[in-house]
Design a protein around this ligand. Structure first.
Ligand SMILES: [Fe+2]
Ligand SMILES: [Fe+2]
Length: 261
């Protein structure tokens, strides 16, 4: 039994997106999606900090830093699903939805891991990485991102998916720009990676590889929105309103008691 290669459905969709017409059609499904203000704020902050630290233009080392952080939401969703299933194992419908998210998160996590390993291998051949800027700082970003995605998933899953939508949109833009800027150069650069072979991709050159990564990022972006379960989100909002009302009532009761006493 083969547990290790990339997911077949995912790989088939990735190949289809090499066709620019199909890519545009697929991208348009969620272009201009309006996110809530909180994910927009956190996503904007991460993207701006990334641009300040690694420059506005794409580069091997910037991609390496992006990919360290890009794996995190998938690990965070798996952990959050694990937490929720510890409490809600009696609800079969909910368990199926949560397990589907965990299954997708596993596939996307393996895919992002492949990006990170292959790109860090390519980056090493191009330029020397700084220990603080390119290794330590992305770890801090990742810890922050892990907590933000985990908490948002427990409190309001929609916001957690919307935050990843913004992050993946930026990754897609960066890889698209990189391909536009360096297409000829990348077509002349060969790529050799044992990990990539093991994963099941065999690009002819670096252009093919980065094009497949660009396609991965738009799949991640769209899938983030497709994962939103409106019904479950509504239930979570009602539960949060109930908890808020209880806290306010308790605070009011305690305040009144102290004042009258
Ligand atoms: Fe990635
Ligand atoms: Fe991604």
């Amino acid at each position: 039994m083969e547990f290790t290669a990339g997911n077949k459905e995912f790989e088939a969709l990735n190949m289809q997106l090499n066709d620019l017409e199909k890519l545009e059609k697929y991208k348009m499904l969620y272009d201009g999606y309006r996110t809530n203000i909180l994910p927009r704020f956190i996503g904007g902050l991460l993207v701006r900090l990334g641009n300040i630290m690694y420059g506005h233009e794409p580069s091997y080392l910037k991609f390496r830093s992006i990919e360290i952080t890009a794996r995190v939401p998938y690990c965070s969703w798996s952990s959050a699903v694990y937490t929720l299933l510890t409490f809600f194992y009696f609800d079969e419908r909910k368990a199926i939805k949560l397990s589907s998210i965990a299954r997708y998160a596993g596939i996307a996590h393996d895919n992002e891991t492949m990006h990170l390993i292959v790109i860090s291998h390519l980056a090493r051949a191009e330029k020397r990485a700084g220990r603080i800027r390119h290794a330590l700082l992305p770890i801090f970003f990742s810890i922050f991102y892990f907590c933000a995605i985990y908490i948002l998933f427990l409190v309001r899953p929609r916001w957690s998916f919307e935050l990843n939508y913004l992050f993946e949109q930026d990754a897609f833009n960066q890889y698209s720009r990189f391909l536009d800027l360096h297409d000829e150069d990348l077509k002349n650069k060969l790529i050799e990676s044992k990990f990539l072979e093991w994963y099941g991709r065999n690009p002819k050159n670096q252009y093919d590889f980065f094009r497949s990564v660009r396609n991965d990022e738009i799949i991640h972006r769209n899938q983030s929105i497709q994962n939103i379960d409106t019904e479950a989100d509504g239930r979570r909002v009602r539960f949060l309103k109930f908890i808020t009302a209880c806290v306010v009532a308790a605070a009011f009761g305690i305040g009144a008691y102290i004042f009258l006493w």
